[in-house]
Design a protein around this ligand. Structure first.
Ligand SMILES: NC(=O)c1ccc[n+]([C@@H]2O[C@H](COP(=O)([O-])OP(=O)(O)OC[C@H]3O[C@@H](n4cnc5c(N)ncnc54)[C@H](OP(=O)(O)O)[C@@H]3O)[C@@H](O)[C@H]2O)c1
Ligand SMILES: [Zn+2]
Ligand SMILES: [Zn+2]
Length: 335
């Protein structure tokens, strides 16, 4: 039995408080990881606030985890004690449905989340299905690798599913945790990137991340057109944004892809889709196969989350910074 010291929300919207639980014996296939660092994704904020109506309290957030393997259930042979691993949103899948068998285990109906079906990484330890523990390339530092496991894979997988190769013009809405990694992936892989941001300073800084063009979006005002129409626009905003102004910025056959997860329904006019054969899609996290590919590409092309670190005990301070959108660009808690 392991006593896990964690930080938990005891009710919706509350500050986190120290809270501990006893972890009984590992289930078959599971692995116990000692947390070294954990990013704060805006999905943690949605879950703390119960925006999606699926939170269970006490809620231990944290699903951008870097840790060290400390114990393996009998029969787990592909990991070893002491190995440095990353864990993201997903903690397991059924492994035998049509989605799982076609390599889309992130779309599995039995998909379980680290913080929706268990306790997360704002803690000393976490236990998950060993198939969802990913050995980390040495090039990725412990403080900065965690955000790749949720934010990074989400934007990488969505951009790939929306058709990202190279030589395309790609727009990214929101230069936050997800957006700043999307800009890096899209530009490092050889695309022309336009960042759409509501923050004046980020419009100036976007070039440092690899953006070729930055457009400042002011509420209630028309969105300025990029130099040329875009093949793909990825929307990472955690709040509702109007659809039509962005559809109009897409070229024929262009795709508007949502990864940001507000709950309000989209209001979509048909005509801008119909006359230019445009599409709208959404995308959740990424499959195991895509996570391996993304980690390799992050190491190969030097895609690295830019992080601000906080001691785990300062979790509420860090969450307040995420809520007021002042983090550059991802907050990471260090154990
Ligand atoms: N689909 C998935 O599987 C998946 C996975 C992970 C996260 N998500 C979702 O993706 C969204 C973004 O997550 P994140 O971690 O990137 O969030 P974040 O770090 O807080 O960044 C969000 C960015 O959106 C922009 N924004 C525009 N209006 C905003 C407002 N009123 N309040 C806050 N931000 C605003 C800001 O960029 P500017 O300052 O540049 O305007 C902000 O930095 C969340 O809804 C999260 O739940 C989805
Ligand atoms: Zn399945
Ligand atoms: Zn996340």
């Amino acid at each position: 039995m392991t006593k896990v010291n964690a930080f938990a929300a005891l009710a919706p919207g509350r500050d986190l408080v120290p809270w501990s639980y006893d972890l009984q014996q590992l289930q078959p296939g599971e692995v116990l990881v000692r947390v070294l660092a954990c990013g704060i994704c805006h999905s943690d904020v949605h879950m703390i606030d119960n925006d999606w109506g699926i939170a269970r309290y006490p809620l231990v957030p944290g699903h951008e985890i870097v840790g060290e393997v400390v114990e393996l259930a009998p029969g787990v042979t592909h990991l070893s004690v002491g190995m440095r691993v990353g864990i993201g949103w997903q903690r397991s899948a059924c492994g035998h449905c049509e989605d799982c068998l076609s390599g889309n285990d992130n779309l599995c109906d039995q998909n379980q989340g680290v913080i929706t079906h268990g306790y997360g990484g704002f803690a000393s330890h976490v236990a998950v299905d060993s198939r969802y523990c990913f050995p980390l390339p040495p090039a990725l530092p412990t403080e900065a690798a965690g955000p790749l496991l949720c934010g990074g894979i989400t934007v990488y997988s969505a951009l790939r599913a929306a058709g990202m190769g190279s030589g395309l013009r790609i727009g990214i809405i929101g230069v936050g945790g997800l957006g700043h990694m999307a800009i890096q992936f899209a530009s490092r892989l050889g695309n022309h990137v336009t960042a759409f941001t509501t923050t004046e300073a980020k419009a100036r800084e976007a070039a440092d991340l690899g953006a070729h063009e930055a457009i400042l979006v002011r509420e209630g005002q028309p969105v300025q057109r990029p130099a040329r129409p875009l093949h793909i626009i990825l929307n990472t905003a955690p709040v509702p944004t109007p659809v039509e102004p962005y559809l109009d910025l897409l070229r024929s056959d262009g795709v508007l892809c949502y990864v940001g997860a507000p709950t309000a329904p989209l209001s979509v006019p048909l005509w801008p889709l119909l006359v230019k054969r445009r599409r709208i899609m959404g995308s959740p996290i990424g499959s195991r196969a895509t996570i391996f590919e993304m980690l390799d590409n992050a190491a190969l092309f030097g895609v690295l989350p830019k992080v601000e670190t906080f001691p785990m005990a300062k979790v509420n301070e860090a969450l307040a910074r995420v809520r007021n959108n002042s983090v550059r660009y991802r907050a990471v808690l260090l154990a």
